[in-house]
Unconditional design. Structure first.
Length: 521
């Protein structure tokens, strides 16, 4: 850069550029180190919160074990083993972090923590591991194997812990970016800046807290919590179908979350829309309160009251608050476009097609370009023509079939507009900003989020020949040369922009509207 037949002035300018680039690289390195430090702070704060949360969970499980040892005693014993292993490994990692940052006077001056010497000297001895490096690997294995040994009843958690604390294959190797086998410890820690290694160790501590949380959560979910007391039960509304016709008998059932023959309420107090239900309007069987009432008028109906159980000589009420809907019998399908009353050629138009009172799997729809996504959701990709007719049909529960059709207009995608720096129409900017700005195209006020590619455009400066820029979205050297001849206040124009839909280049868009720029200098 500073050699060849250059003037002393040009050589000096080139040298200054080199110094400037070096300074940018140095600043970027400092920014990366600071980013690692900030991430380490967030992980440390998160670990503190996780420690408090896990402590409450350990105490909760210990309380349950003291109350019902036969159900929670063994679980609490396993949890205490995980707690001890986690505390030991967490403290060990904290000690490693303290050791490698001992010579760092300011622990938050991350921009100076760019050396790898501290940890490399601690973990490695030549091409081999130091005693401390071997101890580090042994502690990972000890924690991983110790925790998984008590998780035989929880295979999913066991698998997650094994993967979370994996240290390579059977030989302790992992593949690097060149797909060559290297030692796991070398790959993750050797040669890294000090703050990066500290952050990795903090992340391992986060993995420990995550493991504890996952183990405790698994132990305290499911039937273990439900079996503690009747107050934790809830009622569910069980019904053969999702909707009922006006005047049809509603044959739903109110059931407990866990239903069996032994789970029966001792007394029932129920109201339907505020009216007390009589004894002949419901029956109690197999843990269910089966209703035998008319579904009533069309609209929403509310079922409230209590199911009362006796527990240890005391009545325990379980609240009932459920709703169900009654609809009129349909005679036509409902077809609607999710975004507009027309469909656009060149895009996938989402549509909802359903018939009230008929399950989606019993409804079918057909039209040119129409495909089903799932349930009542469809996608319409219009073909040729200006209209498309969609026909929907379905089978009612009584066996009757209904069918209806609707027409939709087909419209082309509107004309795109050219943009400079994301601005359309006309704008003002400096010559320098225009040189580095990106030319694009967009669809203004269009209901679909469509990305457009730009392959070429023309650039016109008053008094200068038109320049065509191909294969890029910024001014090339010829366009910049023309721009240099422009005057302050000149109106330059970007026009004849060639664009296409990203992912659908076969669709021919309308001609792109130009964009004009008034130069401010």
């Amino acid at each position: 850069m500073a050699s060849g037949k250059l003037s002393p002035r040009q050589k000096m300018i080139n040298l200054m550029y080199l110094v400037f680039i070096a300074m940018l690289a140095l600043n970027m390195s400092k920014e990366v180190l600071s980013a690692f430090g900030l991430l380490n702070e967030k992980l440390t704060a998160s670990n503190a919160k996780a420690t408090e949360k896990n402590a409450l969970a350990y105490d909760g499980l210990a309380t349950k074990a003291s109350e019902q040892a036969d159900k929670f005693g063994a679980l609490n014993t396993d949890a205490q083993k995980v707690k001890a292993l986690s505390s030991e490994f967490y403290s060990y990692l904290e000690g490693v972090k303290t050791s490698i940052t001992a010579k760092q006077e300011d622990k938050q001056d991350y921009e100076t923590m760019d050396k790898a010497d501290y940890l490399d000297q601690m973990f490695f001895k030549g091409d081999n591991y130091s005693p401390e490096g071997k101890e580090f690997m042994d502690n990972i294995a000890k924690y991983r194997d110790g925790v998984t040994a008590v998780l035989d009843s929880f295979p999913q958690v066991k698998s997650a812990v094994t993967e979370r604390f994996a240290t390579g294959d059977d030989k302790g190797k992992v593949r690097n970016r060149d797909n060559r086998p290297v030692d796991w410890l070398d790959y993750h820690f050797k040669g890294f800046p000090l703050i990066a290694s500290v952050t990795k160790l903090t992340q391992m501590q986060t993995d420990i807290k995550t493991t504890e949380e996952q183990v405790l959560s698994t132990m305290l979910t499911g039937q273990l919590t439900e079996e503690i007391s009747m107050t934790n039960y809830t009622t569910l509304l069980e019904q053969p179908k999702s909707a009922y016709y006006q005047g049809e008998k509603f044959d739903g059932n109110i059931v407990l979350g866990r239903k069996d023959n032994s789970t029966k309420p001792n007394r029932v107090e129920l109201k339907l829309d505020g009216r007390d239900l009589k004894e002949d309007e419901y029956t109690i069987e197999e843990g269910r309160v089966k209703l035998n009432v008319s579904s009533g008028r069309a609209g929403d109906h509310t079922l409230t009251g209590q199911l009362i159980f006796e527990q240890d000589g005391e009545e325990i009420p379980v609240e009932v608050n459920q709703t169900f809907a009654v609809i009129t019998k349909p005679n036509a399908a409902v077809i609607s476009a999710d975004k507009m009353n027309v469909v656009y050629r060149g895009v996938a138009n989402p549509m909802t097609i359903s018939i009230p009172g008929i399950p989606d799997n019993n409804v079918s729809a057909s039209a040119a370009g129409l495909t089903r996504s799932s349930g009542s959701k469809y996608m319409m990709r219009p073909k040729t023509g200006r209209e498309v007719t969609i026909t929907a049909s379905g089978k009612l529960p009584d066996g009757q079939r209904i069918s209806t059709s609707s027409k939709f207009r087909i419209k082309d995608i509107p004309r795109p507009v050219a943009t400079i720096r994301g601005e359309a129409g006309s704008t003002k900017m400096s010559r320098k900003n225009l040189e580095i700005s990106t030319v694009g195209a967009m669809l203004e006020d269009f209901d679909f989020d469509i990305k457009l590619n730009v392959s070429s455009f023309k650039f016109k400066v008053p008094g200068q020949p038109t320049v065509e820029v191909r294969g890029g979205r910024k001014l090339d050297s010829r366009a910049k040369s023309a721009l240099k001849r422009a005057k302050r206040g000149d109106i330059v124009q970007i026009f004849d922009v060639k664009s296409s839909i990203k992912g659908n280049s076969a669709y021919r868009l309308k001609k792109v509207s130009p964009v004009t720029i008034e130069l401010t200098n």
